[in-house]
Write a protein that binds this ligand. Structure first.
Ligand code: ADP
Ligand code: ARG
Length: 339
């Protein structure tokens, strides 16, 4: 029997052929992940760009006939390739693209991580999620100097504080329908929270789309400083935690768009003189993607765009930040010419 094809223009709709579906429909990982879990979000949201989430590390192997073409399509990374990581700030040559501070409002680099030996968030039980939270918070509480901070559980946060942290770009939003359909919002807000240092230049989101989103951010365009802080934090955390990782795909994440470096390096840049099409064209030429002022699925406000590396797999962390610096410099020159 043939299955109905998912609707819309998602990578899921493109790559879940009846043949792939037939091959994968009875497979189940050791943690109990089935094809139905993987494709639930894309089926419920036909406007998905991608439409799939892995329930655990093994999903990427067992459901490779679906994930591999999606990964190749999104990252330009074929099954024969091996991901390489480079988090050494000494290798980074990313001069500040806006030394006078006229265009770039702020710079943020985040990576996603999940703990090895647990399923990912869509499959995690309430109890396991609490263990993940306790494990991560214990590791974070051991950090010192600039990285030292406090953990704020979402369940104990008042709604005004929560809304302010979201509006100020420090905290994840609630109720994402793509995550909801994937099962990633189960038991919300239990075991979710935010860790941050005093200056909010180092932050960690706990148990959102991935178990950890590790963030370094600050006003201005000093990409070197933001990257160096992130690299230092990752070095410290790798000594305390073991993250899910594969030889081929690098760091493993819920969504295949985040595999590899699991890194999104972005600037918030003010470009009121350029049209959306002009910005998209320059971004595309530099391998960058454009989001709105409040992140994914938001619009640009006051001419401020979020510009970041599109590819996260098959490119090193250092190279992704270098490309962001080059693309931001190109956007700034076009903006300067437009005025
Ligand atoms: P993610 O970065 O985790 O993929 P989002 O695109 O939703 O997810 O972004 C999360 C938050 O980070 C949003 O509030 C977004 O505006 C904020 N953000 C992203 N880049 C920057 C930046 N360069 N400066 C300040 N805030 C940023
Ligand atoms: N699942 C959503 C879609 O397919 C989001 C994909 C990328 N974003 C993410 N936060 N993982 O459109």
């Amino acid at each position: 029997m043939d299955f109905p094809r998912p609707q819309g223009g998602s990578l899921l709709a493109r790559h879940l052929t009846p043949g792939v579906r037939r091959r994968l429909k009875d497979r189940v990982t050791r943690y109990g992940v089935r094809l139905d879990h993987v494709i639930a979000s894309g089926l419920a949201n036909p406007d998905s760009a991608v439409g799939v989430y892995a329930g655990d590390a093994e999903s990427y192997e067992l459901f490779a006939p679906l994930f591999d073409p999606i990964i190749a399509d999104y990252h330009g990374f074929g099954p024969e390739k091996r991901h390489q990581s480079d988090l050494d700030p000494a290798h980074l040559d990313a001069p500040n693209p806006d030394p006078e501070g006229r265009y770039v409002v702020s710079t943020r680099i985040r990576v996603a991580r999940n703990l090895c030996c647990f399923p990912f968030g869509s499959i995690l039980s309430r109890r396991e999620r609490r263990i993940v939270e306790a494990t991560v918070v214990h590791a974070l509480e051991g950090l010192s100097g600039e990285l030292a901070g406090r953990y704020y559980p979402l369940s104990a946060m008042d709604p005004e504080t929560q809304a302010r942290l979201v509006a100020d770009h420090f905290l994840f939003k609630e109720g994402d329908r793509f995550l909801e359909a994937a099962g990633l919002n189960r038991d919300w807000p239990d075991a979710r929270g935010l860790f941050h240092n005093e200056d909010k230049t180092f932050l960690v989101w706990v148990n959102e789309e991935d178990q950890l989103r590790i963030i370094s951010m600050q006003p201005g365009a000093d990409l070197q400083a933001v990257f160096a802080r992130l690299a230092r934090a990752l070095g410290e955390l790798e000594r305390r935690l073991t993250f899910a990782r594969s030889e081929r795909l690098g760091y493993l994440t819920s969504c295949p768009t985040n595999l590899g470096t699991a890194m999104r390096a972005s600037v918030h840049v003010r470009l009121p003189g350029l049209t959306g099409e002009e910005i998209q064209a320059i971004a595309r030429d530099h391998g960058l993607q454009v989001r709105g002022t409040h992140g994914e699925h938001s619009d640009a406000e006051g001419g401020v765009y979020d510009v970041s590396n599109k590819r996260r797999l098959g490119i090193t962390e250092v190279e992704a930040v270098r490309r962001l610096a080059a693309g931001t410099a190109a956007l700034i020159s076009a903006e300067a010419r437009a005025f």
